[in-house]
Design a protein around this ligand. Structure first.
Ligand SMILES: *Cc1c(COP(=O)(O)O)cnc(C)c1O
Length: 359
């Protein structure tokens, strides 16, 4: 039964983020950019060696071992690193911690759709500059007065990467606000991370995740790299909110995953090779596919909704957004070679049956 009007008046109403579907039956799941390969074997060892008694105690509130492992890996100090329950948790805390000036924050109109949800949730005003025709960010849009800047690099759902000189330009023009680079897909770009800039820019925060390149979306671990001042701000807000965010299992498994560099380098290479091969084949068919530096392809398909439906008939799940600028595109995660073979076959059939799709 619905609540009474009086009771519901004071219940917070927000439009939540809509996550991609997690179907319970077996499908070719190319809709949420999960890694098609299992996590490193070190993770399995940690799980099988973990004593049940370890769960009796609260976890280490500071995730000290994991923080140390990540700090060593990135060659930064421990006080330049913050871990959270997936990068979604880290990003939500960032919105709470850094975007309080009352001035609008800036992020691209085509970007990770969660940013808008957090901005609304935390009552942060925002402006969304449009991308150019090639889906590139325009630096000058980020020179206006603002309360902070955030964007993914490579961007989602386009897969397009902006180089470090672009990011430095934005940092130079915005010294007094926090600039957050969401590097969820950076490991698939084969380029230098903006993390190399945190020593030089105390206003830069780089956010990363274990969900994509480390095959651990189910574990929920993400982290941020930044100056000591920004990291201690995040720590304070976290401790005002939930002092045990990362559970014991997540802390141990994530550490094992990051240490096995050879393993995830290998899966990363396989995924990028499959991505390039798939893109070639789609281009040959006639699809328009911008170059991607992520573990997904953004495919222009004309009647993209129809394309999704056609794929779903073959139990292939992809993602589509009903947003004017991108409604003719679908986003396809890069799966295994076999997954992509099945996808390309369906895509070819769809293309043949839609002869008048593009002018
Ligand atoms: C997947 C994704 C995230 C969230 O990752 P989690 O660590 O699983 O919460 C954040 N930002 C972007 C751009 C993503 O694509």
């Amino acid at each position: 039964m619905a609540l009474s009007d009086k009771l519901s008046t004071n219940i917070r109403k927000v439009v939540p983020y809509e996550a991609g579907e997690q179907p319970q039956r077996k499908v070719t799941k190319l809709n949420t950019n999960e890694n098609p390969y299992p996590p490193a074997t070190g993770v399995e060892e940690v799980l099988s060696n973990m004593a049940l008694g370890a769960l009796r105690l609260y976890p280490d509130p500071a995730s000290k071992n994991l923080t140390q492992t990540l700090a060593d890996y990135h060659q930064v100090k421990e006080n330049q690193l913050f871990v959270g329950v997936g990068s979604d948790d880290v990003l939500a805390l960032c919105f709470m911690t850094f975007f309080n000036s009352g001035k609008p924050i800036l992020f691209p109109d085509i970007s990770y759709s969660f940013y808008k949800v957090w901005a609304d949730l935390f009552k942060v005003p925002y402006i969304c500059p449009p991308l150019d025709r090639e889906f590139r960010l325009k630096a000058e849009d980020y020179w206006q007065e603002n309360g902070g800047i955030i964007f993914p690099n490579p961007n989602a759902p386009t897969g397009i990467y902006e180089d470090l000189s672009f990011i430095q330009n934005i940092l130079d023009k915005n010294k007094d606000v926090v600039v957050i680079i969401d590097e969820a897909y950076i490991d698939f770009a084969g380029v230098e991370s903006a993390a190399s800039l945190i020593r030089r820019y105390e206003n830069l925060l780089v956010v990363r995740t274990f969900s994509k390149s480390h095959s651990l979306a189910g574990l929920r671990v993400g982290y941020a790299l930044g100056s000591q001042g920004l990291i201690s701000g995040l720590n304070r807000v976290r401790d005002a909110f939930n002092s045990y965010p990362l559970d014991t299992v997540a802390q141990s498994c994530a550490g094992a995953a990051i240490r096995d560099v050879d393993y995830w380098e290998g899966t990363r290479r396989r995924i990028t090779a499959t991505r390039e091969k798939t893109r070639e084949r789609l281009l040959e068919t006639g699809f328009l596919v911008p170059p991607s530096q992520a573990n997904f392809l953004f495919v222009e398909a004309g009647d993209a909704k129809g394309f999704c439906d056609a794929l779903w008939k073959h139990k292939i799940l992809v993602r589509w957004w009903d947003q004017p600028e991108i409604r003719s595109f679908v986003r396809v995660s890069v799966g295994t070679e076999e997954d992509m073979e099945a996808f390309v076959q369906c895509a070819r059939r769809f293309w043949k049956e839609q002869p008048t799709k593009r002018q």
